[in-house]
Design a protein around this ligand. Structure first.
Ligand code: NAD
Length: 269
């Protein structure tokens, strides 16, 4: 069987570089292209060189349409507006779209969903095996405990992160809401400051920490009177997300149009 041709959009970013390295280190796939935003210093450089690998003979391009047309799958860890544009191009060319970008608003989400009518779209706010297990555990624990147990999601990321709470924190809150069979948005308390009044029974609260080069820590706290359960995942290296993304791209081979999650890819559903 021929190798899966994978392109990395936003290939000079923190995740982009890890994704290039992961494709190069994985059997069954090849680096087929890479894009960057107009004006990026990386444009025109060899994809191998920007990832600290041997040259691969393909340079970073700003011709996104051509790169997506030539690939079987793209890995997209960029920014929401770019991800929407990539979704449309993937739908047009039947290229599988692995979406890691977080912070999409409702309209941007809908645009990505629409593309899933035409091609395989695999989305994961967090592509690591450990966090996907944490999501399942959170859903399960929330289903077993009554709302006298307060649920709080605490996350910490590096100082450069631009969205808050993290996509993973929100996914954990949604998993807890699913477990309790309540609408997440009606119970989410996404930030407290000043005289907030007492905590409402059944709320799911969020707290965000930013600093240093922390790759991503998430804790779900279930707090009752006199006892507390805390489940934590700590990411030490971006490789765990890159590995998940490349696994997702390989899994997409032969899959029809549709919206898939990492639980499908990792067979955790
Ligand atoms: P980053 O800023 O280092 O990288 C983003 C890259 O996208 C940059 O190089 C930027 O120039 C590029 N870009 C922006 N617009 C573009 C366009 N129109 N075309 C091509 N490239 C474009 O950020 P990062 O830390 O790598 O994170 C990127 C995204 O991935 C964030 O939303 C982050 O939350 C998310 N993320 C998700 C996971 C996951 O497992 N799902 C893990 C880590 C990060």
């Amino acid at each position: 069987m021929s190798d899966l041709k994978i392109a990395v959009v936003g290939c000079a970013g923190r995740m982009g570089i890890n994704l290039l390295r992961q494709i190069a280190a994985t059997d069954g796939c090849v680096i087929a292209g890479g894009t960057e935003r107009p004006g990026s210093d990386a444009l025109g450089k060899d994809l191998g060189a920007i990832a600290g690998l041997d040259d691969v003979g393909i340079v970073v391009s700003e011709d996104t349409a051509a790169v997506i047309a030539a690939a079987d799958a793209i890995l997209d860890f960029t920014v929401p507006a770019a991800t929407v544009a990539h979704a449309k191009l993937c739908a047009e060319h039947g290229t599988a779209h692995v979406v890691g970008t977080t912070g999409l608003d409702a309209d941007q989400d809908a645009a990505v969903l629409q593309a899933a009518d035409k091609t395989a779209v695999i989305r994961g706010a967090n592509m690591s095996v450990g966090v996907n297990l944490l999501l399942g555990l959170t859903r399960k624990v929330a289903a077993m405990l009554d709302p006298d147990w307060d649920i709080e999601v605490v996350e910490m990321h590096h100082r450069h992160k631009v969205d808050a709470p993290s996509g993973t924190a929100l996914a954990l809150g949604k998993a807890a809401a699913d477990g309790r069979d309540v609408d997440h948005d009606s119970v989410a308390d996404r930030g407290r400051d000043g005289i907030t009044s007492a905590r409402k029974r059944g709320d799911i609260g969020y707290a965000t920490l930013r600093g240093g080069n922390v790759v991503g820590d998430h804790t779900v706290v279930f707090a009752a009177d006199d006892e507390r359960i805390e489940i934590t995942h700590k990411a030490a290296d971006r490789t765990i997300f890159a590995r998940g993304a490349v696994t997702a791209a390989l899994w997409s081979k032969g899959k029809g149009p549709g919206l898939y999650g990492m639980d499908d890819v990792l067979d955790l559903a």
